[in-house]
Design a protein around this ligand. Structure first.
Ligand SMILES: Nc1ncnc2c1ncn2[C@@H]1O[C@H](COP(=O)(O)OP(=O)(O)OP(=O)(O)O)[C@@H](O)[C@H]1O
Ligand SMILES: O=C(O)[C@@H](O)C(=O)CO
Length: 425
């Protein structure tokens, strides 16, 4: 194994895996730390769910993942977090980085959430989402990790005792040797973690080339884009043109959506506008027993005879607020997640072999319900979202899953994903 990745959430793990596969690395994603060892691959991504849990717990889980990756011989470790640097003043980006650096006995790492293809750029240490500073983007209202400061040096410094510095864009413009010189200088100045600018894929390629020998990288998925060429240059592996190949599966297809992000709302609206079959989950009706997950599942199974069906709880912010006020934020989330996971499992039992899932929490719930342990990563549908393939427990039959982060994908994402998997619409 060349690269071992520790990802702090589920769809974020598939995002970084997709970057590696795209550049020719055979990559497998595992869900949590497997008891019976890691699979063979150029890169293994361990998907954790540590973004918003207590820092001590996030540290313990990340160190367990590190131990597994090191035992499997991984040459470099990558801590993957969100491209919007989702965290609180307590963490968990800082505490996990500190713990990984200590365990790896290294005194320097970088921090770079940039993902220019999805509009996330870092300039002079400030994170932009499209044309807006992070603090002016929708992330300022995030329920768990509101991001109200765009200065990442300041944000990260609040989470760590180690000195945080800046690796600026003009150094990146000068190429990898200049970046390495600057890192040497930063180290002399006592900087332990450098927030790295990147406003283009070229910057990411330079950064990866300059940092491919560091024991630890911390980043969004963008930096991973540059690692396979950097490893290939060092003679560590040969890019494989077939790294993204998955089987061609037959059988019905479906979409399950529990994300309420702006992007997913637009994607659901587009599916409806195209006159495609859709069934809506109403959380209040579900709570009161007027709607049941089994009832919706039966309707969905019937609809599958006509073609792909979308089952969605996706709703506009006002409607989500009403539900949350009535049921409580956590209870509402869990009610919907359980219902969607139950429906997704039922659909797969009924023969669905290509399933699109929208939302990180929703994806976690669905994959858990399916009992899937490991995902082979295939071709990207859009930046950050690949098709993946898993074996169903028991039968070992293959099923393909596309797990979409809430904010990713264009308006026609669902149809594009299904068509890419060979589904006729
Ligand atoms: N109509 C609704 N009312 C209240 N809660 C809902 C509704 N629909 C979905 N939810 C809940 O909202 C949460 C959405 O989180 P999820 O992580 O799946 O999507 P996301 O936040 O858009 O994605 P990501 O984490 O990838 O950015 C889930 O807990 C889901 O159950
Ligand atoms: O980096 C991103 O934006 C995504 O992979 C993610 O982590 C969303 O939760």
């Amino acid at each position: 194994m060349i690269l071992g990745v520790i990802a702090d959430d589920f769809t974020g793990a598939t995002d970084v895996a997709s970057m590696l596969v795209r550049a020719g690395m055979h990559t497998v994603q595992v869900l949590g730390v497997p008891e019976d060892g890691l699979p063979q691959a150029d890169a293994v991504v361990i998907a954790l769910k540590t973004r918003t849990i207590a820092p001590a717990d996030a540290v313990a889980q990340s160190l367990a993942a590190l131990a597994a990756l090191r035992a499997a011989g991984s040459r470099q470790i990558y801590f993957k977090y969100c491209s919007t640097f989702d965290s609180t003043p307590q963490g968990n980006i800082g505490p996990v980085t500190d713990a990984l650096m200590a365990a790896l006995d290294t005194d320097f790492s970088i921090a770079c959430p940039a993902f220019p293809e999805n509009g996330r750029t870092v300039f002079r240490g400030h994170l932009f989402v499209g044309d807006a500073l992070l603090s002016d983007s929708g992330m300022r209202n995030h329920p768990l990790t509101p991001m109200t400061d765009s200065n990442l040096v300041r944000v990260l410094q609040a989470q760590t005792q180690q000195a945080v510095g800046l690796l600026r864009h003009d150094v990146l413009d000068d190429g990898a040797p200049a970046v390495q010189d600057r890192i040497t200088q930063l180290r002399k100045e006592g900087v332990k973690i450098a927030v790295a600018d990147a406003v283009s894929n070229d910057h990411l390629l330079t950064l990866a080339e300059a940092c491919a020998d560091l024991p630890l990288l911390t980043a969004g998925s963008g930096v991973a884009l540059g690692l396979p060429p950097a490893y290939a240059k060092r003679g560590w592996f040969t890019p494989n043109a077939n790294a993204a190949d998955l089987d061609r599966l037959q059988g019905p297809a479906a979409v399950v959506s529990g994300s309420c992000s702006e992007a997913t709302n637009a994607q659901v609206a587009q599916w409806l506008a195209a006159g495609r079959t859709a069934l809506q989950i109403d959380p209040l009706a579900l709570h009161e027993g007027q709607q049941t997950a089994d009832g919706v599942l039966a309707q969905a199974m019937e609809a599958l005879h006509q073609g792909p069906v979308l089952v969605y709880a996706t709703a506009a912010p006002e409607s989500v607020r009403t539900v949350q006020q009535a049921l409580g934020v956590q209870a509402a989330g869990e009610l919907v997640e359980h219902a969607l996971a139950h429906i997704a499992k039922g659909l797969v039992q009924a023969g669905v072999r290509r399933l699109v899932v929208a939302g990180g929490e929703t994806s976690g719930a669905v994959v858990q319900a399916l009992g899937v342990q490991q995902l082979r990563i295939g071709a990207a549908i859009c930046p950050g979202v690949p098709w993946t393939q898993a074996a169903l427990p028991g039968s070992g039959e293959a099923v393909q899953l596309a797990l979409k982060s809430g904010n990713f994908g264009g308006v026609d994402f669902f149809a594009e994903a299904l068509q890419q998997a060979g589904v006729a619409l």
